[in-house]
Design a binder for this molecule. Structure first.
Ligand code: ADP
Ligand code: MG
Length: 710
């Protein structure tokens, strides 16, 4: 299934149709549109498609037909059971990879209820109720107080917009997950609600401006770029910090480091190449066309991304990708690390979320286009985005706030924690002109050419705007790239927030026009009121935080600071207005954010202490003993090793004083415990350079980062 929207500007796939057909045949284990069309009665198929656009429920009769068809097809694919696949609010900073998804397994067997026997015989089947709906324990998943053990019911319900597939003999059914009272306790439901919001507000806006009014739906699209490290599985298993926390809590920089950017786009090494092709093949089977793969900047680091598609399906695909990567790596004796910062001092992992909004008729709100209509829609879309990012700045920041990302945002390798908008310098000038009275359609996004100035290599067509890789929200020709998403996160939540703030911007423009203002003036007013959000300079520079402060843009550079704003009165209002969360759901989610942060750090603190006491200090003692007869050779070993003990004791004393209140604990951990963990680390990393080779108890950076390249 090679999904390609009519408004894509990506170059077409340079394959003959025959090859494309052969490749698409490989998408064999997914109940995709093509499969549905060929297997369902055409009236049922047609209604299913229409329901996906209109949001209407599936009738009971159609549910039965869908379940029967899916069952038959699933059996042919080798399914022996099925599972509702849902996405609890599990955070990600523990770098749990595919475990971001949860499976409620069930059988493809039911009793034959038509039988009169006391012990009814069983039959192989998939009852429609079980395809569409399931029940499970909501209290054991992060729920922020929305479920307790004595009020635990929670329900899974099929997200009809994300296709089912058969994986390892299990028919997977992607689902939303809500409590007995319909409160959402997952990552997918907010995204699905936000898709409804962009659909509702997008169509309202098009109607208000009188353009593209034949559109029946507005969708959000996502194409993620996932970075990760690949190391040997034996190294992974030998490091409790990687197993428990997904990142190295100690470890000195290797001498070669990442100098010279030698890994970046270097030919992919043999074993990793095999891994990436295996992942590609597996993903294609489940209906996901992977496109990009390459080596990243850091040694041992790589990236893969699919061709973009509808955002709910795409978010599921990202979780699936992490699961498939974990599995395929294990088969080759490798391990994949999705943590934001597995190796301090070395570039971490990013997950860029390329995001756009488009109509069923092929109009993209983020593509400047060639007609006056497209230009007006584009300029209006950017105004809505500027409004959303400015007015709901803290929510966008909050959507990527988790412990792992605190190591990256603002560290000169990822955007700062300040959320701004980069639409390009040409567009920035257009925005100022619109504020001064210019028409909306004068911004001509004509392509230019990058000319190598030699006869052999021809000028390459290039976008009208330059790329800005220091910005959290840069324009990329036909989409915006949210570059601050945590690499171990589920994309669903950040995209839900992008959709929410965008829908609120669309609503703001519509309200002005519906109140009597002209389209042009409404857009100009929105730009004027939100002008501070546009920043086209260097986001890594020291001047930017100073300038951002003057502009009133927040710089919440830690998770506790960012998450404290998630349930502010303004946040609750926009969530309620856009029908994303009730106030109660907002409070619960804020609680989960703090819980996830504290749990992550809690595991890190105890893992660090245990590694020092059971691994590092014994190694130091053994090493010291070697110098008993030649004390002069010991140098500053004794002082260095003792410092580890002193700093670790300090850490223990500090950690023992953690307050019991969750929010206070998060702040205390961030402000007081983390700095001491770094002091311990500094002492250990100094010792690593002194301990006799072979005595250091854990695989070193050097061993991990340069040895999987066979
Ligand atoms: P980069 O140049 O930033 O490294 P990549 O080529 O690695 O970009 O990835 C770009 C991603 O953006 C791909 O997943 C691609 O399919 C996706 N993409 C392209 N157009 C759109 C769009 N209109 N909406 C959402 N995603 C898109
Ligand atoms: Mg890329």
């Amino acid at each position: 299934m090679l999904f390609r929207s009519p408004f894509s500007r990506s170059p077409g796939i340079l394959l003959t149709m025959a090859v494309v057909d052969e490749i698409t045949q490989m998408a064999s284990a997914v109940f995709d549109d093509k499969t549905m069309k060929s297997l369902l009665p055409s009236s049922v198929y047609q209604r299913h498609k229409e329901n996906l656009v209109s949001g209407a429920p599936t009738s009971e009769d159609d549910m039965k037909v869908l379940a029967e068809t899916l069952f038959k097809w699933g059996r042919e694919q080798g399914a022996v059971s099925f599972a509702h696949w849902f996405f609890p609010m599990r955070g990600g900073s523990g770098a749990v990879g595919g475990q971001l998804g949860a499976c409620k397994y069930d059988t493809l067997i039911d009793l034959d209820w038509s039988s009169n026997l006391a012990t009814k015989p069983f039959v192989a089947t998939l009852p429609y109720e079980r395809l569409f709906f399931g029940e499970t324990d909501g209290s054991s998943f992060p729920n922020g107080g929305l479920r307790a053990t004595h009020t635990a019911a929670a329900f899974t319900t099929w997200d009809r917009s994300s296709p089912c597939f058969v994986m390892d003999k299990v028919l997977r059914v992607p689902c939303a997950f809500v409590t007995h009272l319909g409160a959402c306790i997952d990552e997918k439901t907010p995204l699905l609600r936000s898709n409804d919001a962009v659909n509702r507000e997008g169509l309202r806006l098009l109607k208000a401006i009188g353009l593209a009014t034949d559109a029946k739906a507005v969708y959000s699209y996502l194409g993620w770029e996932q970075e990760f490290f690949v190391i040997k599985a034996e190294h992974y298993r030998a490091r409790p910090d990687l197993v428990n926390c997904g990142r190295c809590l100690v470890g000195a920089l290797p001498k070669k480091h990442q100098q010279g950017d030698l890994n970046y786009f270097a030919p992919v090494p043999g074993t990793v190449s095999e891994l990436m092709f295996n992942i590609q093949a597996a993903m294609l089977k489940y209906g996901v066309a992977m496109a990009v793969l390459h080596n990243e900047v850091a040694p041992g680091q790589h990236e893969m991304s699919p061709i973009y598609c509808e955002s709910s399906f795409s978010s599921d695909n990202n979780v699936l990708f992490m699961e498939v990567s974990n599995k395929e790596a294990a088969k080759l004796g490798l391990a994949v690390l999705f943590h934001e910062k597995p190796f301090a001092g070395i570039n971490g992992n990013g997950k860029h979320n390329n995001w756009s909004l488009g109509t069923d008729t092929g109009i993209n709100f983020f593509y400047p286009g060639k007609t006056d209509e497209a230009r007006k829609i584009y300029t209006t879309g950017i105004a809505a985005l500027a409004y959303g990012l400015k007015q709901h700045n803290s929510l966008v920041r909050c959507s990527v706030a988790q412990a792992g990302n605190d190591w990256r945002l603002g560290a000169q390798e990822a955007p700062p924690a300040i959320i701004s908008l980069y639409p390009g310098t040409g567009m920035e000038a257009h925005i100022d002109n619109v504020i001064k009275g210019a028409e909306l359609d004068v911004y001509k996004a004509e392509k230019s050419a990058s000319n190598p100035k030699c006869s052999a290599a021809m000028p390459a067509p290039c976008g009208v705007e330059d790329r800005n890789r220091t910005a959290p929200f840069p324009f990329c020709g036909n989409r915006f790239e949210f570059r601050a998403v945590g690499s171990s996160q589920n994309c669903a939540f950040p995209i839900a927030i992008c959709n929410t703030m965008m829908a609120s911007g669309m609503a703001a423009i519509s309200s002005l026009i519906e109140g009597g203002m002209s389209h042009r003036d409404a857009v100009a007013k929105i730009f004027k009121e939100n002008r501070e959000i546009v920043f086209t300079g260097n986001g890594y520079s020291a001047e930017w935080p100073v300038e951002a402060k003057k502009r009133g843009l927040p710089n919440d550079n830690t998770t506790p600071l960012a998450c404290a704003k998630f349930n502010s009165p303004e946040a609750k209002k926009v969530f309620e207005d856009m029908k994303i969360f009730s106030a109660e759901e907002v409070d619960a989610r804020a609680e989960v954010m703090f819980e996830n942060y504290v749990t992550t750090l809690d595991i890190e603190i105890s893992t660090l202490i245990s590694m020092i006491e059971t691994g590092i200090l014994p190694a130091c003692a053994k090493d010291m003993a070697k110098y008993a007869a030649m004390k002069d050779l010991a140098g500053d070993r004794e002082a260095t090793y003792k410092a580890i003990k002193v700093e670790t004791d300090k850490l223990k004393a500090i950690a023992a004083k953690r307050p019991s209140d969750l929010h206070k604990d998060a702040t205390y951990i961030n402000d007081t415990v983390k700095p001491q963990m770094l002091a311990v680390r500094a002492a250990v990393d100094k010792a690593e350079g002194l301990i006799e080779a072979g005595l250091y108890p854990y695989p070193t950076y050097e061993a991990m980062l340069y040895s999987h390249h066979s």
